[in-house]
Design a protein around this ligand. Structure first.
Ligand SMILES: Cc1cc2nc3c(=O)[nH]c(=O)nc-3n(C[C@H](O)[C@H](O)[C@H](O)COP(=O)(O)OP(=O)(O)OC[C@H]3O[C@@H](n4cnc5c(N)ncnc54)[C@H](O)[C@@H]3O)c2cc1C
Length: 420
């Protein structure tokens, strides 16, 4: 019988995949389980949602990524709970035993207790979400083109994005570009440049993880592009015909949700207290309290460092993945685990063509230079040579022509007369 310790990694996202790759030479048997067959580069999802990129440009089969890693087996399946005392992962259709477990199942969107808003306010987390947003946005222009009543036409040409974090800001900037440039000459009855894009943020300023001066620069850049940016706008209602912000009613048929996140529900089965977002408060070694054989990393976990929780971003998940690999190697050698320390290399957000903000530990950038930094970093971290080349080509083409190559309406309701 094979006595090589068996490590099960749940989740082939940034944290889980990084841990698996960092263990390629370790004397361990790895099983990477994911409910999807692909690793998804979420930071570029908004570009699929706004028709700049194709889904396959930003997603790679996990099986292919680990093709040459002989100590790793990839399984497609959904973990439904963890049987901690018996060291088993319970799947929707089976179970897996482990000696060590790495849980990296990430987060999903949360409607802050208003799940009834979900059908009207599309969130962005998966390829399917991005295709659905793309469908709703393009359908809105199609419906406006067929509408004879000017008021209703304007409702179709009004887009509201809830949440002024990086995803909301990126979506808003890209949507304006779609309306003002990519679609500008394609319609006969409407003028797409009349489209309104509103970015609503509940807090006082957009891009809260960035320093205030960069939030201000981002707001200026978005407004210059044509986005109506509103801070202090707590959304109180969303339905098929609009958004309520206190007493104000904004009539719109397209609402995009970029506001809240909640950790993957798998955490609930671990039997430990969770924070308000459903995340596991891990030990400094990134393990489940009382269980040094279970590591919880990435968006599913929370850890305080220098008095602040670590940010829920890809670099945190990747650094935690690498650190967990090192701790697993130590665990099998019988050595004590090491505490994790996050190295903040900076924070980037793109606002639109030639516009962005970048917060580095020692300096802040905005405008074209931040946009270039964003471009280079994203190409560098994108997995797969083919994807890097394709994305670069698509960006160059879009930059030169102002066009967006992936403007297909697919998925969702079949007929354009269905509600979007
Ligand atoms: C739209 C968007 C834009 C973003 N932009 C940026 C950005 O610009 N910069 C940045 O640093 N970060 C960004 N982030 C955040 C970043 O993507 C996350 O912090 C990062 O993905 C977290 O990594 P993770 O490994 O914890 O989870 P994920 O990368 O989300 O991976 C989780 C994996 O677990 C799998 N999974 C989930 N549940 C189960 C289950 N029950 N069974 C089996 N498999 C399961 C999923 O299929 C997925 O593959 C963005 C996120 C989103 C949604």
């Amino acid at each position: 019988m094979d006595r090589t310790p068996h490590v099960v990694i749940i989740g082939g996202g940034f944290g889980g995949l990084t841990a698996a790759k960092a263990l390629r030479k370790a004397p361990l048997r790895l099983t990477l389980l994911d409910r999807r067959n692909h690793h998804l580069f979420q930071p570029l999802l908004y570009q699929v949602a706004t028709a700049a990129l194709n889904p396959s440009d930003i997603a790679v089969p996990i099986r292919h990524i680990l093709q040459r890693q002989m100590n790793a087996t990839v399984l497609m399946g959904e973990a439904t709970s963890i049987d901690v005392p018996n060291r088993k992962v319970i799947l929707s259709d089976g179970e897996l035993s482990y000696d060590y477990l790495v849980i990296a199942t990430g987060a999903t969107h949360s409607y802050f207790g208003h799940d009834d808003w979900a059908p009207y306010a599309a969130g962005l987390k998966t390829i399917e979400d991005a295709i659905e947003i793309r469908r709703r946005v393009l359908i809105a222009f199609e419906r406006a083109e067929r509408e004879s009543d000017p008021e209703r036409q304007q409702e179709w040409l009004t887009f509201v994005i809830v949440g002024g974090g990086p995803t909301g800001a990126e979506l808003a900037g890209a949507l304006v570009e779609v309306a003002h440039h990519a679609l500008a000459r394609d319609f006969r009855n409407i003028d797409p440049t009349r489209a309104r894009v509103l970015l609503l943020e509940g807090g006082p300023r957009i891009l809260p993880p960035f320093p205030p001066e960069l939030s201000e620069k981002a707001r200026e850049q978005l407004q210059r592009l044509g986005v109506e940016v509103r801070g202090g706008s707590q959304v109180t209602g969303i339905d098929a015909e609009g958004v309520s912000v206190g007493p104000e009613r904004i009539k719109t048929r397209t609402v995009l949700w970029a506001a809240g996140v909640a950790a993957s529900p798998l955490a609930k089965s671990l039997g430990v207290p969770l924070d308000r977002a459903g995340r596991v408060a891990v030990t400094p070694e990134l393990t489940l309290p009382g269980h040094p054989e279970i590591f919880v990393i990435g968006d599913l976990s929370t850890l305080m460092q220098d008095g602040k929780p670590l940010p829920g971003v890809a670099p945190t998940a990747m650094q935690e993945g690498r650190h967990t690999a090192e701790n697993l190697r130590r665990a099998v050698r019988g050595e004590p685990l090491l505490p994790f320390r996050y190295h903040d290399k900076g924070n980037l957000a793109v606002i639109g063509r030639g516009a962005g903000v970048a917060a580095f530990p020692k300096s802040n950038w905005s405008g074209r230079i931040a946009w270039w930094a964003w471009l280079l970093v994203h190409i560098f971290y994108l997995i797969g040579f083919r994807n890097r080349v394709l994305v670069l080509l698509e960006w160059a083409w879009a930059y030169l022509t102002w066009q967006r190559g992936a403007r297909l309406i697919t998925g969702g309701p079949k007929s354009t007369s269905d509600p979007a």
